[in-house]
Design a protein around this ligand. Structure first.
Ligand SMILES: [Zn+2]
Length: 252
């Protein structure tokens, strides 16, 4: 790949590369995972996908991650920093307008489900302006929602010292579909005092390696498939085109 934009120089860039932009959040992830969990995962996925696409002959560069997202549902926990959907929408619009002056194709690699409303609004507007942009979620087929076994396992794989294993406890395991109404109105703390939606007990680095490989495969398939749904999301050619449930498709 052309590498990471942050550490490259302008003469080193290929003409009109594919640009991957990791989108994350700064929000609580229970008592055992760091605030940057979503950003760390989205960045790792983008970097691995960029490497694989480069092997296939594409010119790819990974832009610096956007560390702030729409995390209002986590605001009741100290440390959470959210810019909200309206501001995130504008940020994505201006990022893509600027990137479009030199990039070929732009893919927003999203690690946080709370960013979806902003992504849908911004990408549909941008595509209407003629920009070659879409987004892809970091998702697995049977993942849990937030700070559970999915994210905990992946962080154990990526950097085990980021996980406070002594603080791992089961969270709210009621399906997200049943929690979502109250969660949307009252926030995560009303349905999970620890901030965990899922159960991280039993998480392992080995599981995490398999999960992030699945995420990367999915994002790569979506990019190579080039089919975009009405939300501006790249479809996974290997999966149903009907949007999956929040708990699996769009992690919190
Ligand atoms: Zn997360």
């Amino acid at each position: 790949m052309d590498g990471e934009l942050a550490y490259s120089t302008w003469p080193a860039l290929s003409p009109t590369p594919v640009v991957l932009v990791p989108l994350g959040s700064t929000e609580q992830h229970g008592p055992h995972l760091p605030f940057s969990t979503d950003t760390i995962i989205a960045s790792a996925v983008a970097e691995r996908v960029a490497t694989d696409l480069t092997i296939r002959g594409h010119s790819v560069v990974v832009a610096p991650a956007l560390q702030y997202g729409a995390s209002g549902e986590h605001q009741n926990f100290p440390g959470t920093v959210s810019i909200g959907t309206e501001a995130l929408t504008i940020v994505v619009i201006e990022l893509v307008r600027s990137l479009s002056t030199w990039a070929g194709r732009i893919v927003l690699v999203n690690g946080h489900g709370g960013n979806l409303a902003a992504l849908t609004a911004s990408v549909s507007l941008l595509r209407g302006e003629g920009h070659t942009v879409a987004w892809a979620p970091c998702t697995v087929a049977r993942g849990d929602a937030h700070a559970g076994i999915t994210e905990t396992s992946i962080l154990l794989h990526l950097d085990a010292k980021l996980v406070d294993l002594a603080s791992v406890v089961p969270g709210a395991t009621t399906p997200m579909s049943a929690l979502f109404g109250r969660l949307a109105v009252e926030g995560v703390r009303a349905v999970s005092p620890t901030g965990i939606l899922g159960d991280p007990t039993g998480a392992t680095a080995t599981t995490g390696a398999a999960l992030i490989a699945e995420m990367c495969d999915g994002v790569q398939r979506r990019i190579l498939g080039e089919s975009i749904d009405p939300r501006g999301c790249l479809r996974d050619p290997d999966r149903c085109t009907v949007p999956a449930p929040v708990a699996t498709e769009d992690r919190a």
